[in-house]
Design a binder for this molecule. Sequence first.
Ligand code: GLV
Ligand code: MN
Ligand code: MN
Length: 400
Amino acid sequence: MWRSLHGIGRNADSGGYRRYAWTPADADCRLWFRMQAEARRLDVETDRNGNQWAWLGDPTAGDAVVTGSHLDSVPDGGAFDGPLGVVSAFAALDELRARGVSFKRPLAIVNFGDEEGARFGLACVGSRLTSGQLTKEKAFELRDADGISLPQAMEAAGYDPEAIGHDPERLARIGAFVELHVEQGRALDLSGDPVGIASAIWPHGRWRYDFHGEANHAGTTRLVDRRDPMLPYAETVLAARREAELAGAVATFGKIAVEPNGVNAIPSLVRGWLDARAADQESLDAVVAGIEAAARDHAVRRGVDLAVVRESFTPVVEFGHALREELSRLLADSTGTKVPVLGTGAGHDAGILSASIPTAMLFVRNPTGVSHSPAEFAAEDDCVAGVHALADVLEGLACR
Ligand code: GLV
Ligand code: MN
Ligand code: MN
């Protein structure tokens, strides 16, 4: 399975993945999912929001156990963020069948659409729509860097955008969702454990900063006459670092657009996207307010106009104690050891769904902690340990 996914959407120069929503690479991932499901005699359906489901048992029977993750990627993403959860789900089903278990609840494997938000700027679009946390109207306003709207992109990929929106009936089918994911930090590496259970996801969001200045000639415009938006932007990047350090949080400007983007032109516009995350809401609020205050000061001093827009926000997620405890107990029984419980600063569909249904996560050790990069890695033995753990959890939940 891993080898058959390897080449899809992979950029040969960077070695990273560019699997963006509703692109040909995304279609290839979806075809891969369908083929894996059909090879296992699962019933495949794509819901109105573009999420793919592979069912064993009656989808409408209720109280289903669902596992899976996403197959899309960030720009030049790694191989594991998302795909490890989907591949492990199919592998865990194979293992359960080899164990000869019988299922007492329906089981589904899911591939959520557009988890990373790499193309339209908003993460977890598939699960947000399904759970009602993103409306059709708001989704229709999303545009990619080329001005193509989300409904246009869906339509071009052969899907009906008119149908998207809250899907409580589908959610009502699910009794528990367990997402396995590569860890995106080094907690498991430091504790020496191949697998962990998630406790919480930090609150996090994305803010767009538009610094409007005045385009002019880079050679002839005196420094004192310039209204150069690159200057307050640069000062804001440094302020973000400082505010994050003060609060024990993280803040990143990882994406920028410059107009007119000419080497010999003072920009008219610098648009930067801030990603900020903290362990609690109060710290995050302090960081975000501190960065915006600094940005406004710098903008005024440089004669530049500033507009700040919050593009998305996900509040803190505390995974439900009951399901989490059950996972701990099941894994303690099967492995004979206590599996560590850890928090994360990364967002997941499981975090979005936790507001609607019982949800839990398993993490697989990442020896370097590197993620959202082609260097992302997990050792084969640890991936296999993750599959065993997921199979133990699914057997405990669905077969007893
Ligand atoms: C998703 O991976 C995120 O945390 O941004
Ligand atoms: Mn990711
Ligand atoms: Mn992910």
